[in-house]
Unconditional design. Structure first.
Lengths: 175, 311
């Protein structure tokens, strides 16, 4: 996936979010660190341009909710969570770059409900690569990429990396 | 980020990178305490034992709250309710507690080196919550966190630490940590309260409080330990406060944005005047507030990775 394709996919997701939620009423975006935040930012921009209004956006760091803390080799670096609005009664669209096992989403939903009781939680991802280990299904998908489990999907976004692109690397490191 | 040692025994053993990593992690933990539900599941199923052989409200409560906000089970043992009153030795107490598989032991004792001795005999991580006149690392780290919050940067800052330097573990931990972070440290007090050879640590010595506070960005007042008043360190409280009590008058030549700190508990009117303590420069309650986040960060860093699953 190149930059143009990524931009079109994000535009389409923005329209789909508006269509499904019938506008921006009670709508809020929450990005999961790091590239989920970039996706949420871009969606916010597009939605605000389309609807000529502003919507709330928050940032979630799921480190403290991970289920692999005791087994991971390094202590992951913790960064700020910032949800500057009350999520009670909101329709929250969680945003992440890649949907894989679903464990990140489990952690994100656990973190989210500690902040209140959203009316709905929806899920937007740029890439769905399959291999779910938990029963989650995205509401909005940029692109489905069939992969094998040992492959790696690398999402580059210009805010964090040098350019916009998605690269699939096989288990041996070849793209 | 991983810490090099399994324990936090003093700031003397920490590197500048570790100190900065701990402070950065603590900043992120501050947000948890502002939520309506002040709890995250990070250390669920872990057991933390607070082993306090010396009186404490702030530190013990702060460790307990920090552990509970991370969902750990926290058990408090104080000297008066432990088997030490039946004559059990310190190490036996430690071995027995270890046999119950705690994940972290927090130790305070009036004798210097006790947490180090316990840490060298048991496998579970130990945090020193104050040992004699030696070190109180979590206090120094929360002090640095508080200073950094107000000044954005630590390197190059000038600090005065005022009071009974000789008997202060807070002073010692702060001196080690501050010098590592590139700060300029002056210790202030009557000559009886400043250890001989102090300057070899790399600090400046002054005996005039007003002169000191006119030159620094941060002034840290220490508690006069009332239990030591019979040791003849100063003639009388009145004499001491005349010279070393921080008053509005003594601050008249100091920088406008000077920070005033105190690790608590405060003897009002002896080392610090009421109106200074409650004045606009005082960050004393910020220190207490930051203590919880800082201790959460240390627990997370010590127990978060796999190095501790080995034991």
């Amino acid at each position: 996936m190149n930059g143009e394709e990524m931009n079109r996919a994000i535009s389409r997701i923005a329209h789909e979010i508006l269509e499904k939620n019938k506008g921006t009423r009670d709508l809020a975006l929450v990005g999961i660190r790091t590239r989920g935040v970039v996706l949420a930012n871009r969606l916010k921009e597009k939605i605000e341009t389309i609807e000529k209004t502003t919507i709330e956006m928050g940032v979630l760091d799921i480190t403290l909710y991970r289920d692999d803390l005791a087994t991971s080799k390094d202590t992951p670096i913790l960064r700020d969570t910032d949800i500057p609005f009350a999520i009670d009664g909101k329709k929250v669209v969680l945003c992440d770059d890649v949907l894989f096992t679903g464990r990140t989403i489990r952690a994100a939903i656990d973190a989210l409900v500690d902040f209140g009781r959203p009316a709905q939680v929806q899920l937007a991802v740029l890439i769905d690569r399959g291999h779910r280990e938990l029963p989650f299904r995205p509401d909005y998908v940029g692109k489905n990429i069939p992969t094998s489990k040992d492959m790696r999907v690398k999402v580059h976004m210009s805010e964090e990396d040098d350019s916009d692109q998605v690269i699939v690397v096989d288990g041996k490191g070849q793209s | 980020m991983n810490l090099v040692s399994k324990d936090i025994l003093g700031t003397e053993q920490l590197t500048r990178e570790e100190i900065e990593g701990i402070l950065d992690t603590a900043v992120s933990f501050k947000e948890v305490s502002t939520r309506q539900i002040k709890k995250v599941p990070t250390l669920r199923g872990r057991t933390i034992i607070n082993l306090f052989f010396e009186a404490s409200t702030r530190t013990r409560t702060s460790f307990e709250i920090a552990g509970k906000r991370l969902s750990a089970d926290v058990i408090n043992i104080s000297a008066s309710t432990s088997s030490t009153v039946k004559g059990e030795s310190l190490l036996d107490t430690a071995y027995n507690l270890e046999a119950m598989n705690p994940d972290l032991l927090i130790v305070r004792h009036s004798i210097s080196g006790v947490p180090h001795m316990i840490a060298s005999h048991i496998k579970c991580p130990v945090i020193n919550a104050g040992d004699g006149a030696h070190e109180h690392p979590t206090q120094a780290l929360l002090d640095l966190l508080t200073i950094r919050e107000h000044t954005k940067q630590l390197a190059g800052l000038k600090v005065a630490i005022v009071g009974d330097i000789a008997h202060s573990r807070v002073a010692r931990s702060n001196i080690h940590a501050m010098l590592k972070c590139g700060m300029d440290v002056t210790v202030v007090g009557p000559p009886t309260m400043i250890p001989v050879g102090m300057e070899c640590l790399g600090v400046r010595i002054l005996h005039d409080l007003e002169e000191a506070v006119s030159q620094v960005d941060v002034v840290m007042m220490l508690r006069i330990q009332l239990e030591r008043q019979n040791e003849g360190l100063f003639p009388s409280f009145r004499e001491y406060s005349n010279q070393f009590c921080l008053t509005v008058d003594k601050l008249k030549h100091s920088p406008k944005n000077i920070l005033i700190m105190h690790p608590g508990p405060v003897n009002r009117g002896i080392e610090i005047a009421l109106d200074v303590m409650e004045g606009p420069h005082s960050v004393i309650l910020d220190q207490v507030n930051n203590g919880v986040a800082l201790r959460m960060a240390l627990m997370y860093l010590l127990l978060g990775g796999s190095s501790e699953t080995d034991h």
